[in-house]
Write a new protein. Sequence first.
Length: 265
Amino acid sequence: MEDSNSILAVRNLTKIYGKEQNQVVALDHVDLDLAAGEIVMIMGPSGSGKTTLLQLLGGLEPPSEGRIKVTGGEWQNFYLEPEVSHYRRDMIGFVFQFFNLISSLTAEENVALPLILAGQPKKKVAALTEEMLHLVGLSERSKHRPAELSGGQQQRVAIARALIHKPAILLADEPTGNLDSSNSADILELLLSMRDQLGQSMLIVTHDPYVATYGDRVVLFRDGRIVDEYSAEHIVGNDRNERSIYILERLQAISNKPRSHQVLA
Ligand SMILES: Nc1ncnc2c1ncn2[C@@H]1O[C@H](COP(=O)(O)OP(=O)(O)OP(=O)(O)O)[C@@H](O)[C@H]1O
Ligand SMILES: [Mg+2]
């Protein structure tokens, strides 16, 4: 069923790497929906398909099977050129664990880059860049290069860059994986404020149950399949620490299940 509030609908998404006896089923018939303004946390053991999911959703890899629909547009052939380039440019913002900023460019030049590459007029680029740097709290650091910024500040620049073209979905793979707990909390609060101020939808991969407490929903992967899922109101606990223990227990429960698809089905 599709609801009008849906920003992303994934159906039957499957990714098989390799050939014949070397085949790896990285994603196995995944169905997933994301509502406008929703933050979904993706968790699961190493190798369970989390990064593969983001790569397919980001148009970086073609699916072996299945469909992806974003904000009403049908992207069934979204991995063919020129559609895939337009899809990546217009629909998707990416944030990575290691920030991936261009070291020779200043903070503001990094943030402006997607608009410059899209050929937007200078005045518009300057105004939007200033607005985004302000939103992430880095107006004072606009002329600094990445090496002159802390890890947390570099990730703020990366978030501003990922959101400047107002993508339908922000995809983040371990965005706090390279930050200490205090900087992680700041980045997560920033992402929440982006959701509140811009209505930004996000899919965030994390190994950290504490990070997952910031989601509206947590989806657990195992062997390329969704094996558990729950929304924030069903996460038991009075504060983030208690809630992260609850999430950790659910994560351990799916990791301990036998590796049989029959059992997981
Ligand atoms: N390019 C590739 N070629 C072949 N196999 C791949 C490729 N990329 C991923 N895989 C395999 O697909 C499966 C899923 O990998 P993926 O990177 O999506 O896992 P993950 O959940 O992100 O793990 P982690 O938590 O360690 O980052 C793994 O078995 C992996 O070895
Ligand atoms: Mg990964």
